[in-house]
Design a protein around this ligand. Structure first.
Ligand code: ZN
Length: 240
């Protein structure tokens, strides 16, 4: 079985469609969405409808939570807050309800998925190094867990101790635990503009990051046309 795991779509329809086409061409037979379907970019409704139609397992991201709430946005950075207010205005009540009812953590087959971390899924901690990953591992009861949230693909492995393993591919070995950030579909932040997602091949036990080109100009034009902050368009080029 080949499973495509994708996170942080952030209303980037062109990137989502490119990732789904690529995973189809890579013979993926299952899909899992790790949250943050909406926020930042200009296609929240189309992205949400596409993922609803897929009927795949989904966990909630912080932008999914904020977009479906009526609470003030003053704790967020101003650009994210402006985009979330715009997103709230686009979504119907039914769509907000669907987002609101998403689960924080799910077990699929023999692994776990969460948007941020397993120790406090609703605190939205960012895991940016092996020390952050350690607190997650204390609450990880499956060998493999996938997450998103930082928009940077990473392999954290706990063998004798926790380490960050470089590269685009890793093999699951007996005796170790894996906490894997699948990267971001719609707003990568590792300096690379191409959409990122992850394939888990359960036969070979290989987990691989994939990078996919998409029509970035179309996405940027929609951001400008929607009146969203122009920095949201320019940052896509830089992968920041
Ligand atoms: Zn995100």
């Amino acid at each position: 079985m080949r499973i495509a795991l994708f996170a942080d779509i952030h209303a980037n329809l062109e990137a989502l469609e490119a990732v789904l086409a690529d995973s189809n061409s890579m013979s993926c037979d299952e899909y899992i969405c790790l949250g943050d379907i909406v926020g930042y970019n200009a296609d929240p409704v189309a992205c949400l409808e596409k993922i609803q139609a897929m009927g795949c397992p989904v966990v909630k991201g912080n932008h999914d939570e904020e977009a479906s709430s009526d609470l003030g946005l003053d704790t967020m950075n101003p650009v994210a807050a402006q985009a979330l207010q715009w997103t709230r205005d686009q979504l119907s009540e039914d769509q907000k309800n669907w987002l609101r009812n998403l689960r924080m953590v799910r077990q699929v087959h023999d692994f776990t998925v969460v948007h941020s971390t397993l120790d406090q899924p609703d605190a939205w901690h960012y895991v940016t190094n092996k020390f952050d990953a350690m607190s997650n591992f204390s609450f990880q009861y499956t060998q493999v867990c996938f997450h998103g949230h930082t928009h940077v693909p990473k392999f954290y492995v706990k063998a004798q101790r926790v380490s960050e393993v470089p590269g685009d591919s890793i093999k699951v070995e007996e005796g170790s635990k894996y906490f894997i950030n699948t990267g971001s579909v719609g707003q990568p932040r590792d300096g690379e503009w191409k959409a990122c997602y992850t394939i888990y091949d359960t036969e070979t036990q290989e987990i691989t990051f994939r990078r996919v080109e998409y029509d970035i100009q179309a996405t940027q034009q929609k951001i400008i046309d929607a009146g969203l902050p122009p920095v949201l368009a320019s940052r896509l080029n830089d992968g920041r």
